[in-house]
Design a protein around this ligand. Structure first.
Ligand SMILES: NC(=O)C1=CN([C@@H]2O[C@H](COP(=O)(O)OP(=O)(O)OC[C@H]3O[C@@H](n4cnc5c(N)ncnc54)[C@H](O)[C@@H]3O)[C@@H](O)[C@H]2O)C=CC1
Ligand SMILES: O=C(CO)COP(=O)(O)O
Length: 328
């Protein structure tokens, strides 16, 4: 199967960066954006100052406000925030093109992963997941990055990987759709915890401990949901966890930093233009972990901090005072 025209649903930072990556070889890209200003800026100035400032975009990217304009695309990257994917897919009529899911989150209420949401809305469409350590502004600027491209149908996976690959963008194939999704969703919650460590100046040791014990949480939950350990230890899991837990370029890390500095979750989440997926995923993940009988103390701590139910000091004290146990 040859994939030429790529459609992109979502004109935020990551949708725009992926459109840029997909346009690198000169094939056309059609990007649907919710904001009229974004559509106009992309078409008139080849730029997206609202979500991806200071990055000149390829002229091969055409933006539209009409989802139906994606109907003839050979494959569609779904890059809306996780909580809006169901609604946006439901309002599109995009035939049976493969859907490549790029949002990192779990749907509130249903506790479903994006592949499960997409399969409900478009039961006939082949599904893939693209996830990995990729800050949008770096990918859009053409800096090198690698991602996991998970697809049960490996022939389709290879076609998608071949279409998206460029000298600066390297997809690695996997069959483990669930594993790729869980890594991306869980690392956002853990990045908030690492941001708290930064904001409260708890030190580098504490951050490394959180990354390691957070990875243990991610692995326990992932295995309980059918993910493969190798996927969780790969680009979409550990790779993205390390990236997002190390830099204020991460919105989730920055949100945590604000909590560590003493601001409230409500204050930090009010009037945001950009999305911090971990804040939405944390409570759903806590419920899903409970359903699966999996212990996720860091996730629970992040929920309590976001909900204003615990101070940072009391949270750290409680985590450190948990009963001693084997590392594995
Ligand atoms: N920015 C990044 O570096 C990366 C982001 N992602 C993931 O991509 C997904 C999209 O994130 P970004 O493009 O960064 O978003 P963004 O934070 O740059 O932009 C916000 C997006 O949310 C959309 N939005 C806001 N309210 C909405 C509503 N009521 N209904 C539908 N859409 C609404 C906006 O149109 C815009 O596309 C997220 O799941 C994120 O975790 C994944 C990899 C990298
Ligand atoms: O997913 C990302 C990098 O891989 C982006 O992280 P943030 O959403 O925390 O900015």
């Amino acid at each position: 199967m040859t994939i030429e025209t790529i459609g992109v649903i979502g004109g935020g930072a990551w949708g725009t960066a992926l459109a840029q990556a997909a346009a690198a070889g000169g094939d056309p890209v059609v990007l649907w954006a919710r904001e009229g200003d974004v559509v106009r800026a992309i078409n008139d100035q080849s730029a997206n100052p609202l979500f991806l400032p200071n990055i000149p975009l390829s002229r091969k990217i055409r933006a539209t406000s009409q989802l139906d304009d994606l109907a003839d695309c050979d494959a569609i990257l779904v890059v809306a925030p996780a909580q809006h994917v169901r609604e946006i897919l439901g309002s599109a009529s995009i035939g049976f093109a493969p859907l490549i899911l790029c949002a990192k989150g779990i749907e509130a209420g249903s506790k479903k992963l994006m592949s499960e949401v997409a399969a409900e809305v478009y039961p006939g469409s082949p599904i893939a997941v693209l996830s990995g350590p990729t800050f949008a502004h770096e990918v859009a600027a053409g800096l090198p990055a690698a991602v996991t491209l998970a697809c049960e149908d490996q022939v389709l996976g290879q076609s998608i990987a071949a279409r998206l690959a460029s000298p600066a963008f390297r997809p690695y194939l996997s069959k483990d759709v669930i594993g790729a999704e869980i890594g991306g969703a869980v690392k956002n919650v853990l990045a908030i915890a690492c941001g708290v460590v930064e904001g409260k100046r708890l030190g580098q040791n504490a951050r490394a401990a959180l990354i390691s014990r957070g990875f243990a949480e991610m692995t326990r939950f992932g295995l309980a949901r059918g993910a493969e350990a190798e996927t969780l230890a790969g680009l979409s899991g550990l790779g993205d966890l390390v990236l997002t837990c190390s830099s204020t370029s991460s919105r989730n890390f920055s949100l945590g930093k604000g909590l560590g500095e003493g601001k409230s979750g409500a204050e930090l989440l009010a009037d945001r233009t950009t999305v911090a997926e971990g804040a939405h995923t944390a409570p759903v993940l806590r419920e899903a972990a409970h359903d699966a009988g999996v212990e996720m103390p860091i996730t629970e701590a992040v929920c309590a901090l976001l909900e204003g139910k615990n101070s940072v000091e009391a949270t750290v004290e409680a985590l450190m005072a948990r009963p001693l146990k084997n590392e594995r």
